[in-house]
Design a protein around this ligand. Structure first.
Ligand SMILES: Cc1cc2nc3c(=O)[nH]c(=O)nc-3n(C[C@H](O)[C@H](O)[C@H](O)COP(=O)(O)OP(=O)(O)OC[C@H]3O[C@@H](n4cnc5c(N)ncnc54)[C@H](O)[C@@H]3O)c2cc1C
Length: 361
């Protein structure tokens, strides 16, 4: 009786989704389409002045996911210029190779807002952070930044790297996180529009990136948390000097955590009625930091789990089974990363010029 009263309460939801990046927004869309009877709330705190640091490159895998859902991308989401190749450089070993690539160069904030706009109207969307969550009688009580209190039966954590839901309910399920730093500079030379993937073992055991985005050029990378800013500055200066770029006209600096998975058990999908999606679940490529496709794909698999399994039985088992292949793929990416970030092996690969393209003078 009391449970029924709670369900009739306007602040009661079957599912609360925290986060509206590619994972949360896609899940909200697909679930509302497949299960229109469910009461869903989506919480997020996107703000134009506090955008998620991101390269905004949409990989072929992510494009394929959108294609499978017959979704096309409005041209307003695209950024200038589009790219056909990425130049890979090793600053220490003086290696330089260009490889054909098929990414779409996008405005990441516009992409996230557009994904949210595809969510059916009956889903409640709140631009608010949750600040506290507790479990009560197999439900969750979420306190929002406005003080409003919501209750939900299922909790979906799509709150990205450093997920506070993961830390609250599964503190033992840690991920290896790096600090991602990006700086935006005024783009002066519009004839020179290169995209770089940068290796420099002296400053990071990961890789960095440099790209053009509309009226900006951006240098970014992932660094061990300790001394991340110093390492970033040292690497950026080295890159600017060696590649002859003027990176003096700084517009803004941004930083966030990024998951840099090292062990298979960092991929964690949740338990009972708490589900983790996208980067909150650790689903990101260790070799390229490509995470949008995994966010969309995990969202699709969880929506299918809810659609295929009666709501009060156990969608978790279905979700875990459906995610096996992706976890293995991401585990293989860890090994790819170990090869690419090993200076000797990288030298062999780049010197061989296998799959590299010849640039005409
Ligand atoms: C610097 C950088 C560059 C990258 N470049 C690329 C790239 O070019 N291509 C690519 O495919 N991947 C890239 N990635 C990875 C990619 O950005 C992520 O893997 C992807 O965004 C994960 O999607 P997500 O939906 O899981 O989480 P996110 O996109 O991180 O979304 C998290 C959501 O949670 C919300 N949130 C968090 N806390 C709360 C709270 N307390 N209350 C309410 N809402 C909350 C946020 O508002 C946001 O909506 C990059 C990552 C970094 C750090």
């Amino acid at each position: 009786m009391e449970k029924n009263n709670q369900k009739n309460n306007q602040n009661y939801y079957d599912i609360a989704i925290v986060g509206a990046g590619p994972a949360g927004a896609t899940f909200a869309k697909l679930l509302a389409e497949q299960k229109p009877d469910l009461k869903i709330v989506l919480l997020h705190d996107h703000q134009p002045e506090r955008q998620k640091p991101c390269g905004g490159l949409l990989s072929p895998d992510a494009q394929k996911k959108l294609a499978e859902h017959q979704i096309t991308l409005p041209k307003e989401i695209l950024a200038d210029p589009q790219i056909f190749a990425v130049r890979t450089v090793d600053l220490k070993q003086n290696l330089d190779c260009t490889y054909q690539r098929h990414y779409l160069n996008m405005d990441r904030y516009a992409f996230d807002e557009w994904l949210i706009s595809l969510i059916p109207n009956k889903t409640t969307i709140m631009r608010q952070r949750y600040i506290k969550v507790i479990r009560e009688d197999n439900d969750f009580i979420l306190t929002l930044s406005s003080g409003q209190v919501l209750r939900s039966h299922y909790l979906v954590a799509a709150d990205g790297a450093g997920s506070s839901i993961r830390r609250t309910f599964f503190p033992e399920k840690k991920t290896n996180n790096y600090t991602a730093i990006q700086q935006w500079f005024k783009r002066k030379d519009f004839d020179r529009a290169e995209f770089y993937c940068v290796f420099d073992p002296e400053t990071s055991d990961s890789y960095s990136w440099f790209f053009n985005k509309n009226e900006y050029i951006v240098y970014g990378g992932a660094f061990p948390k300790q001394n991340s800013r110093e390492l970033f500055e040292a690497q950026k200066s080295k890159f600017a000097k060696q590649m002859n770029y003027d990176l003096s006209d700084l517009v803004r600096t941004e930083a966030c955590q990024v998951v840099f998975p090292r062990k298979f058990n960092e991929f964690f999908l949740g338990k009972e009625n708490i589900f983790l999606l996208g980067e909150a679940a650790g689903l990101i490529s260790a070799s390229s930091f490509e995470g949008i496709s995994y966010a969309i794909d995990s969202a699709e698999k969880l929506a299918n789990a809810f659609a295929k399994v009666p709501i009060h039985s156990k969608p978790m088992k279905y979700y875990q089974n459906a995610m096996r292949k992706m976890k293995i793929k991401l585990w293989l990416k860890m090994h790819k990363r170990n090869i690419l970030c090993q200076p000797f092996l990288r030298r062999l690969i780049m010197k061989s010029k296998i799959t590299a393209i010849n640039l005409k003078e």
